[in-house]
Design a protein around this ligand. Sequence first.
Ligand SMILES: [Cu+2]
Length: 186
Amino acid sequence: MFKKLFLALLAMCFTASLYASSERPSVPSGTTQLSDQLMRIEGAAIRVCAFSEKSPASSNTAGYLTIKNDSDKPIELVGVQFAQRVESFSKTIELHTHVMEGHNAKMMPVKSFVIPAKGELKLQPGKDHIMFINVTKPLKIGDTFLLTLTFKKGDQTFTKDAYFAIKSNEDLAKKQCGCCKKKKAA
Ligand SMILES: [Cu+2]
């Protein structure tokens, strides 16, 4: 009886710590908790960007988050996809980094990002990010989307779901990144 209560309390603590830093604590829970992996996800957000009705195929946007690895083994983020039963808003999702080509920063897809043991991975504007290619519908500030992140730790593969909040460009960075398709001047 006490053991059950203790386990329930423990589960609640882990759930609370996973969402403790969420900007929108009211988002529904019910995601798979992988507390045994000793990971925390913070500040998951997606840039709202301008959606072009005329050429939706050329609309892109970017997602950011911080992943903290409290374990003593490195963890690799190998993929991101829309969670089951979540209506997708882009055709492709890639992991991107920035490389310098002469004086210009250029985005390039990568296979994975490493979260070092007892360290963190910060995906942020102008740096490593999640790229949503071919956005298929307008996004609204304040909406949230559940995404499934796939990780590798040693020879083990596991997933973790995280809510991403749609945020304004101003909320995410002072300056515009090259992630959004630029609006033509009227
Ligand atoms: Cu990109």
